[in-house]
Design a protein around this ligand. Structure first.
Ligand code: PDD
Length: 287
């Protein structure tokens, strides 16, 4: 049995807590890096292809050259060595350690690649799966490229903390024009007249992998799904609301800013999608 979280640091396998990183790492100094989080079910990474596609894209968008195939191989090795059945994988790639200049190091330095696997023993979302979650709206003060899964998460951290201090599970980020973009670490969906509404993809949101699966599952379940900008002012008209994410999976939202969504109970469309997610997972585990 290895010590969890079990990690791989630039090719070397070790417990996560044994890793030491240069303070000149550009992830540390500038937030100059990207990351991915995958769920492990039954000892296997869920939605692997999709997560690695997004990882590649994030790297390309910020011009870090890393060997993604090697990262993937190391991830599989780390997972196997860890023995984790139910958990998550965290992958982070930064532009590496070099003397502090804003422009990229010249000559380039090797990226710093971190992979770790940890078990999920207690699902923090479990208490909210039946009754639903309360959310708090917070101004979306992030940068203009939220489609890149960058490790610059200060605005997300501040939003999540504000939600926590208000007794809420998650923050709902609201643009200057009153549009809800997404959660601090989740994608958001509204349901109105039996139709699901989801924020259109673009630079203002992360292309959520679970969001992508939801679009597919809604389609299969015969629930109409349309792209549309959800306004904070229109929350009172919603019949249902739910959020999705790698760790949150599909979770009903029953209250925003102290006001109930419809009757304040998880609705039938959300419940159908929770069931569709569980069925999809069951089938995948049986493959
Ligand atoms: N967060 N939006 C943001 C801003 C996120 O950070 C995340 C994921 C999502 C959901 O994306 P996905 O379905 O691919 O997990 C949406 C991860 C889990 C995190 O930061 O821990």
């Amino acid at each position: 049995m290895v010590q969890l979280p079990w990690a791989n640091w630039n090719g070397a396998a070790m417990p996560l807590t044994d890793i030491t990183v240069s303070v000149l790492d550009r992830g540390f100094l500038f937030g100059d890096g990207i990351y991915e989080v995958l769920r492990i079910y039954g000892g296997r990474p869920f939605l692997l292809r999709e997560h690695f596609q997004r990882l590649r894209r994030s790297l390309k968008e910020i011009r870090i050259e890393a060997d993604v195939e090697r990262i993937e191989q190391r991830m599989h090795d780390t997972l196997r060595e860890s023995g984790v059945q139910s958990g998550l994988v965290y992958i982070q790639v930064t532009r590496g350690a070099a003397s502090r200049t804003h422009r990229f190091p010249d000559p380039p330095v090797a990226p710093n690649e971190l992979i770790y696997v940890d078990a999920i023993e207690l699902d923090p979302y479990e208490p909210f799966r039946n009754g639903g979650a309360k959310l708090l709206t917070v101004d979306d003060v992030r940068w203009g490229r939220c489609d890149i899964k960058s490790v610059n998460l200060l605005a997300n951290c501040l939003a999540a903390q504000a939600a926590f201090e208000a007794g809420c599970l998650e923050a709902l980020l609201v643009d200057r024009d009153g549009t809800i973009t997404e959660g601090s670490h989740t994608s958001i969906f509204g349901v109105h007249n039996g139709r699901i509404m989801v924020t259109p993809m673009g630079p203002h949101i992360l292309p959520g992998i679970t969001r992508g699966l939801m679009v597919k599952l809604a389609d299969r379940a015969g629930v109409e799904i349309v792209e549309g900008r959800l306004q904070r002012s229109a929350l009172a008209d919603l019949d249902e609301m739910f959020l999705t994410g790698t760790t949150a999976e599909v979770l009903p939202v029953t209250e925003v800013d102290g006001r109930a969504i419809a009757d304040g109970r998880p609705g039938p469309v959300t419940q159908r999608l929770v069931a569709a997610y569980a069925a999809y997972l069951r089938d995948w585990l049986a493959e």
